[in-house]
Design a protein around this ligand. Sequence first.
Ligand code: ZN
Length: 125
Amino acid sequence: MPTILSSFILCKCPQCRQGNMFKPRGPIPFWDFGIMHDRCAVCDLNFKPEPGFYFGASILSYGYGVFVMGLTWFIMWYLHLDETWLLLTTITLVLVLFSPYNFKMSRAGWLAFTVAYKPNLKKKI
Ligand SMILES: [Zn+2]
């Protein structure tokens, strides 16, 4: 049974935790990472309930970014790689590389705030 944590991490629909929220990426990295499906393929949940709905996801994005920066800093500090230029360069690089995933996880998390989990819900055809 998928958990709420796994639905965030894998960017699954928060209502059924099975359908993908985002379309598969194309061949060019960082180009089309944020294209969402309009509705869930499994339970038919509307992923775009209203214009500007995902504005609040920026709050989660900020939190994820701070977490990634803190984790990167901690790992570098633990490995005694704590020169300022190296810290700033590495943290910036990790944040840029993490940004597509941060974007997706923020949206999945924001949608999960408003939608309850319904494990037995199937799409009505
Ligand atoms: Zn669904």
